[in-house]
Design a protein around this ligand. Structure first.
Ligand SMILES: Nc1ncnc2c1ncn2[C@@H]1O[C@H](COP(=O)(O)OP(=O)(O)OP(=O)(O)O)[C@@H](O)[C@H]1O
Length: 912
């Protein structure tokens, strides 16, 4: 870089490379060193002022100046800035490969190799940007350019913001004025592109590093799917999808059929990134340790930044390209060099027609409209004022700015130091949290369809907001598929498609689908001790409970699992909502001679599904069913290879509905129980009534197991073994006490309410203990249950304090929150349960306070789910609950349970 002042006359302007909302970009040669090619972005001063783009030009220049000093391969470098009477000039790295989006469009989707290649480079570049306290805020494939070898270069920093470098990297937020926010976590404006905008920006007016990571997740998804994950018919619908986390995983669209399916690790990674709660979103440093990158040496920059056609030695090779379908090197755009030596003065900055005519303000207005529709307070936005993204003083200095451009190495800013927007610390306003969520957040099927949009317009001016339609609660999907029909007439034969799918998963394909079973599988069951102070694990590691933890547990207890006769259990979800298990290896019987031990009734209040994470492809996953007394219960699927070794001859009539995942089946069962109509239909179904009356503790073997210790004190954060990948990741230290993997509560005291719902008369048979407890619960004010619940609870009124019930009139689920309002007595329990919830530390970023002792004797015996725990079937309930939650943590909890339901709902809708 040179400090010598440059001017337009130092360059030969060649063809136009493209134009943006306030600029036209030309290829240009340096007259002094003709071998050096640049891209010069020419911005018309008049246009900038007229279109009020000064602040964005300023931000872009300052940000690029800052980054250029460190010279990172993944960032378009700004070499010089200068101006003449008419224009501003930014002399930039020339990226002959064009936009990454163009390449993606040519390819349809990227294969795994390219996906990893670009993702790795993106991560490295993003880390560099963040390490300088900069948030890009408009990451998307259009803003990523390629050099001639297919290395990516991030550009377009016009929406960037800086934060205070003293803040924690992953927690810092900023406002778009470049002011760090360590208290209010507020962002004063909306920027970005609708498809890539983060939920925290939409919902809470916040932006931070996490927002870039969200966009990264969207891009990775786009690499493998060919389109961004969230795309509605208009921006408002796109926003709805974002906050609903409504994105589909479709088949890979590559033309070449030999292309393998999407790497499950990519899916896993994207799922970890696309998390609505920003605090739960995986940070960059953990992304780098994700198994998808197990072979990446992040310190080896040369390797990371090699071209797409270079081999590991850095040599260009046709091999790589040859191995990829339809991947000629000329996939990268090669614009013909028309040598048009344009005199600088005659450069016309045309009124932009291609894209982003009103980029930021348009998105902003869309978000404002959207938030208005949701009834979310947006402060000034509600008054129709779009918050500014730049300090107010910039506007008043527009002209000064334009006449004060400098070379890069000269004074660093266009503005005088006291007016520099990127460094000015301004007291921020409080975060604008949603103050009200309206009764309707449309989750209509019409926005499920994805229309091919050739190019992601950054911003399209939004249509005027339609008036809010009257609230229509989303309907639960009805059941109609033969394999899940509750009518037990003739066993249905799986469809051809079903049969094909079952090739992998069906354990015994000779048998027809057993209509009384929704889902049946082999699982490992873990109990994680949950003590007064919280889970008997470090909160940090507890925060990481997910597939990785399950994998860790399996890894750690592999031998034990292999050898233990109790390790493999058959877990069955029946249509009456009963979850039962059976030891498939040793046929143990309980005192009543039952081979099958009921575990819990999912219809039961006590069984709360807190979270799930299943990957049906890799057969990895877990489901946290509940915190019951002292344990959290996990159900984890073993790998298929393990399942295939199970001696199936010990199991009769095993047909598994593997077309649906566990979560969907749970909701299906729940729905069956809740809908009167369905209950009628299933009244003839002969349920195993033995199970429903079981009150006797099962075998002593189980008891003995129960008394042994569970997982010990601390599990350190996971580290990935790069050689072994995710299936074999191991903890950094082995400070994990031995855990017996199988921990089913086997006596009445320990077991969650183990009630089956008898078919005839729908009366609920409960054990003596449970009946008492149920009565206690009723006494806490839950008698205002929906009629449908009582319909099948003739004898014992047992109404969930966390389970939505169904109003038979409109089939609308009544949230606990709503019921709570009708139930004065519920307040005490809700406060207690809230305390419990917090203490659970569920993926809480910071350690939560110690668990307050359980208060009532009843609670000592029975765990009460948090009052706002929602297993919901409608997005409305989710948002309603989120809105009514008093703390972020409550929101997190509610959001998790609800998101499961919502996904289920969406899936069903899509299937329709
Ligand atoms: N350094 C570069 N090398 C090659 N082409 C470039 C370079 N910078 C920009 N372009 C091309 O010029 C087009 C316009 O870029 P520019 O930065 O002016 O606008 P934009 O970022 O696309 O839009 P906006 O400014 O509205 O966000 C880009 O889409 C890209 O195709």
């Amino acid at each position: 870089m040179t400090s010598r002042k440059r001017s337009p006359h130092d360059f030969i302007f060649k063809e136009e490379l493209g134009h943006g909302s306030y600029s036209t970009v030309f290829k240009a040669l340096d007259k002094k060193s003709p071998n050096k090619t640049y891209a010069i972005k020419v911005c018309s001063k008049k246009h900038i002022i007229n279109e009020a783009k000064v602040k964005y030009v300023t931000i872009e220049k300052n940000t690029m100046n800052l980054l250029a000093q460190k010279n990172h391969a993944g960032i378009i470098k700004l070499y010089y800035t200068f101006h003449d009477e008419e224009n501003l000039y930014f002399v930039l790295d020339y990226a002959p490969g064009g936009e990454l989006l163009s390449l993606l469009h040519r390819m349809g989707t990227f294969n795994d190799l390219w996906t990893r290649h670009f993702t790795v480079q993106l991560i490295d570049a993003l880390e560099f940007i963040h390490s300088h306290g900069i948030i890009h805020r408009d990451l998307k494939p259009e803003n990523v350019l390629l050099d001639k070898d297919g290395r990516l270069m991030i550009t377009d920093f016009g929406a960037a913001a800086t934060i205070d470098s003293s803040l924690e990297k992953d927690s810092a937020r900023c406002n778009s004025d470049g002011n760090s926010i360590n208290d209010s976590h507020s962002c004063a404006s909306f920027v970005g592109t609708a498809e890539y905008v983060s939920p925290e920006l939409l919902l809470y007016n916040q932006c931070g590093y996490g927002s870039d990571i969200w966009a990264l997740g969207c891009m990775i998804y786009q690499f493998v799917q060919g389109h961004p994950p969230f795309r509605g018919e208009n921006e408002l619908k796109t926003f709805e999808k974002i906050v609903a986390l409504d994105y589909p995983w479709g088949p890979n669209k590559r033309l070449n059929n030999s292309t393998p399916a999407i790497n499950p690790l990519v899916i896993n990674l994207v799922r970890k990134i696309l998390v609505v709660e920003v605090n739960e979103r995986i940070p960059l440093k953990l992304i780098k340790r994700h198994p998808y990158f197990s072979k990446i040496d992040w310190n080896d920059k040369a390797k990371i930044w090699r071209g797409i056609w270079e081999n590991s030695q850095g040599q260009l090779t046709q091999q790589t390209a040859g191995a990829l379908p339809n991947l000629p090197q000329n996939a990268l755009p090669t614009k013909q060099l028309h040598v048009i030596d344009t005199p600088a003065r005659s450069i016309q900055i045309t009124k932009q027609k291609r894209k982003k005519p009103t980029k930021i303000s348009s998105t902003t207005s869309s978000i404002v409209v959207w938030r208005k529709r949701l009834g979310i307070s947006t402060g000034k936005d509600d008054l129709g004022t779009v918050p500014s993204t730049a300090p107010a003083m910039i506007a008043s200095n527009d002209k000064n700015v334009l006449s004060a451009t400098t070379t890069h190495s000269g004074s660093k800013s266009i503005l005088p130091p006291n007016l520099q927007p990127m460094q000015t610390q301004i007291k921020r306003t409080q975060p604008i949290a949603p103050s009200r969520i309206p009764p309707k957040v449309p989750a209509t099927s019409d926005n499920m369809r994805i229309k091919p949009i050739p190019r992601q317009k950054t911003i399209v001016p939004s249509p005027p907001a339609p008036s809010i339609p009257p609230s229509v609660p989303p309907q639960l999907p009805t059941l109609s598929t033969p394999s899940t029909s509750p009518v037990p007439s003739t066993p249905s034969t799986p469809s051809v498609e079903t049969q094909q799918q079952d090739v992998v998963h069906t354990l015994d394909r000779r048998n027809p689908i057993d209509l009384s079973i929704l889902k049946q599988d082999y699982v490992f069951i873990y109990g994680i001790p949950y003590e007064d102070k919280g889970p008997a694990m470090s909160l940090n590691s507890y925060n990481m409970i997910d597939n990785d933890l399950i994998t860790l547990l399996v890894t750690q207890h592999k031998e034990e699992l292999k050898n233990s006769k109790l390790s493999l259990q058959l877990l069955t979800l029946k249509k009456n909502g009963m979850l039962s298990y059976r030891n498939t290896i040793k046929e143990e019987r309980d005192n009543k001679g039952n081979r099958e031990h009921q575990m819990a009734n999912i219809e039961d209040t006590d069984l709360s599904m807190y979270d799930f994470e299943f990957n049906e492809l890799s057969r990895k996953g877990f489901l946290i069913l509940e915190k019951y007394k002292t344990k959290l219960w996990f159900i984890s699927l073993p790998s298929y290879s393990k399942v295939s070794k199970v001696p199936f001859n010990t199991v009769s009539s095993l047909s598994i509905n593997n077309n649906e995942n566990w979560v969907d089946c749970f909701f299906r069962a729940r729905q069956l129980l809740e809908e009167k109509q369905i209950l009628d239909k299933i009244s003839n179904v002969s349920f195993d009534s033995k199970l429903s009356t079981e009150t006797t503790p099962p075998s002593s073997t189980f008891k003995k197991r129960e008394s042994t210790s569970g997982i010990g004190t601390t599990v350190s954060p996971l580290s990935y073994d790069s050689k072994l990948g995710s299936q074999n990741n191991v903890p950094q230290n082995n400070n994990v006490k031995e855990e017996l993997p199988f921990r089913i509560p086997t006596d009445v005291k320990e077991r969650p309410l183990a009630n089956a719902t008898p078919a005839i008369g729908h009366s609920r048979v409960t054990s003596t203990n449970n009946t008492n407890k149920a009565t206690k619960r009723t006494g806490r004010g839950f008698s205002n249950s929906a009629p449908s619940v009582n319909t099948y609870n003739n004898n014992t009124v047992t109404v969930s304090n966390n389970r939505p019930t169904t109003n038979p009139v409109n089939n609308k689920h009544i949230t606990p929150t709503l019921r709570k309002q009708n139930s004065p007595q519920s307040s005490s329990s809700s406060s207690v349960t809230r305390s419990q919830t917090k203490t659970m530390g569920y993926r809480q970023p910071t350690p939560s306070p110690p668990l307050s002792p359980l208060i009532s004797p009843a609670m000592k015996e029975k765990y009460l789910a948090p009052s706002n725990m929602v297993i919901s079937s409608s997005r409305y309930e989710v948002l309603h609950t989120l809105n009514n939650s008093q703390t972020n943590f409550d929101r997190e909890i509610a959001s998790r349970g609800a998101s499961a339901a919502f996904r289920s709902l969406q899936k069903n809708k899509r299937e329709k």
